[in-house]
Design a protein around this ligand. Sequence first.
Ligand code: CUA
Length: 338
Amino acid sequence: MIRASRAALGFLLAGCSWQQGALQPRAPKALAIARLGDFFFWIELVVWCAVVGAAIWAFSRAARRDRRGDEPLAAPSDSQQEHKLSRAVGASTVVSLLLLAVMLVASIATGRSLSDFGASPPVRIKVTAHQWWWTIEYLGRSPDERVVTANELYLPAGQPVELELTSADVIHSFWIPNLDGKHDLIPSHVVKTRMVAEKPGVYSGRCAEFCGYQHAHMDLLAVAVTPTQFEAWLAGQRQPGAEPRTETQRRGRELVEGEPCALCHNIAGTRALGGVGPDLTHFASRATLAAGSAPNDREALARWLRAPAALKPGAQMPAVPLSAADLAAVVDYLESLR
Ligand code: CUA
């Protein structure tokens, strides 16, 4: 109840979407963190009420004296009064230290409960942060099972997965509040952790460490589906990019393979073999463009291709000069890559 009202307050203050919130835990780790948050909340509420109550009592006492026309309270003159005051200050200090110690112990205990024990789960996913997007790599049991995608993390609901988290450039932070706490991502350092989404659902995550100009446009979507749907999704992702079905799409593919696009992006089954930008093999299956900067639709994609810097200033993606017809063909082709 109290967590729901705190969540509602957070929602109002932050204008967040329903899918994102540390106060609606959907995984054991997020639940442990939320419980710690509740515990701190109650302690802080009691302390706040005590302090505000004491302040109101003191002010109203002074106001009453004022109304009666009494002399204002002077500094304690006798040693008995001074002794009383020191005792009150001493007692408040001891209570504060005790409360802080209790909070410290609870915090350490929660931290320990988040440790991963036991054998590694079979699904291993490497997540690499970039300025300002994510590579998601399903490592598989053998190289031919490897799947690379971007900005969307599919998870089998109810099954733990092992995440290997790292960064390709600067320090980022991986955070899917409904599922787990934050993990700092440091270049050339791999953090291993486990994650389990209890139920199917779409949980919004983001980079939680300021990492440059477009830090605010570095979203990540965690999509938890049933294990059967997950296997089907993985099998689909292992397929090469869809073959063009229309003349325009064929023209679009030619442009993508010939223009600078192919130097940075990979589309399995084509001559686009770049490894700098996001893998586009199943680009059209993703919900957003440029890591949450815009919905993935024809209109936004055309805008993005025409002037990436207008949609996401500072992004590495250069503008590729294309005629209106060529731009439409590229959009047609990319939006066919389901
Ligand atoms: Cu990456 Cu902030």
